[in-house]
Design a protein around this ligand. Structure first.
Ligand code: SAM
Ligand code: DTB
Ligand code: SF4
Length: 334
């Protein structure tokens, strides 16, 4: 198989067609992995993994109807809704995350969008506090206006997570209350405010391989590329419409990560939700394919995650290590 070209004139590409991405994705596994590894080693240290810690700062009762999400008020799940946490509670969790080796702390709220007022002011305070601990601060709060993005940037926010989740054609079968175009609009607001972009998707929701290729093609068209790209395996949460779907075939996660690595050569690819159901061997293959970030800690937002001890032991077994210093939060050139 001829090598796909991730760069042209040394610049990352923004013109990946979905067909081209799909061809790459479906190429023989040894060729795909070789190509992904070659690119990974060109732009990243293959032995390093970024550790990020998540905290749900406002849980449940979300007005959106995302079919995968245990926090949607449209589904009857085991998640108990909670008010916004206090700044002090959040900062205590951030300090603990830092002390156990995380370099990025990500705060998630089950909101459709940010509303100005007391709660947003508290979130800005959390961002300032997390930064002052020497951590990268990330938020995922739903839709943002340009002004809100600017205020978050002013508080020192390093990154904003806002996932496209899947390709534009499949999107409408998963979420009806917010559109793909609205997601892109928030991503533009984040970028214009000078905050780095964290944007990815979920595998295993019943999408086709073409939908996965569509997602990567849309991500590649963003300029600059998102600095972080979380690839989640669906956590089949009880009470959600997707709870009965079959588990994701492990090698399809490896293929998606390898394809993302080639198409988005400079981005950090995060092996995100779903690791609890993944063997160490699958995770090792994901690292070989170019994943260089994970969420650590016992909990994601509302569901379980492998414990930090297990993750550190796995990295050690593989001769790999956590990133120790902060990234420079650099924006990807072009
Ligand atoms: N409400 C905000 C939003 O949707 O942007 C922020 C929080 S939301 C929980 C963040 C992301 O978590 C979603 O975009 C989705 O990609 C991911 N997510 C939620 N539930 C999931 C699940 N059951 N399995 C995998 N990923 C999930
Ligand atoms: C992302 O892509 N995955 C994280 C983070 N960004 C916010 C969230 C995963 C959530 C999994 C389901 C839960 O724990 O509620
Ligand atoms: Fe709400 Fe975000 Fe969950 Fe959708 S993914 S229901 S917007 S918390």
């Amino acid at each position: 198989m001829p090598f796909a070209t991730p760069t042209k004139n040394n610049r990352v590409r923004h013109d990946w067609s979905s067909e081209e991405v799909l061809r790459l994705h479906d190429s023989p596994f040894p060729d795909l992995l070789y190509q992904a590894q070659t690119i990974h080693r060109q732009y990243h240290n293959p032995r390093e993994v970024q550790l990020c810690t998540l905290l749900s700062i406002k849980t449940g009762a979300c007005p959106e109807d995302c079919a995968y999400c245990p926090q949607s008020a449209h589904h009857s799940t085991t998640v108990e809704p909670e008010q916004l946490l206090d700044v002090s509670q959040v900062l205590a969790a951030a300090r603990a995350a830092r002390n156990s080796g995380s370099t990025r702390f990500c705060m998630g709220a089950a909101w459709r969008e940010v509303r100005d007022g007391r709660e947003f002011d508290a979130v800005l305070e959390m961002v300032r506090g997390v930064k002052s601990l020497g951590l990268e601060a990330c938020c995922t709060l739903g839709m943002l206006t340009k002004e809100q993005a600017t205020r978050l940037a002013g508080a020192g926010l390093s990154a904003y997570n806002h996932n496209l989740d899947t390709g534009p054609k499949f999107y409408e079968s998963i979420i009806s209350t917010r559109s793909f175009e609205e997601r892109l609009e928030t991503l533009r607001n984040v970028r214009e405010a000078g905050i780095t972009v964290c944007c990815g998707g979920i595998l295993g929701m019943g999408e086709s391989l073409g939908d996965r290729a569509d997602l990567l093609s849309v991500l590649a068209a963003l300029s600059p590329h998102p600095e972080s790209v979380p690839i989640n395996a669906l956590v089949r949460a009880e009470g959600t419409p997707l709870e009965g779907l079959p588990p994701l075939e492990p090698l399809s996660m490896v293929r998606m990560i390898a394809t993302a690595r080639v198409v988005l050569p400079l981005s950090r690819i995060r092996l995100s939700a779903g690791r609890l159901e993944m063997s160490d061997e699958t995770q090792a293959l994901c690292f070989l394919a170019g994943a260089n970030s994970i969420f650590t800690g016992d909990k994601l937002l509302t569901t379980s995650n492998p414990g930090q001890d297990h993750d550190l032991a796995l990295l050690e077994k593989l001769g790999m290590s956590p990133v120790t210093s902060q990234d420079q939060d650099e924006t990807i050139p072009i």
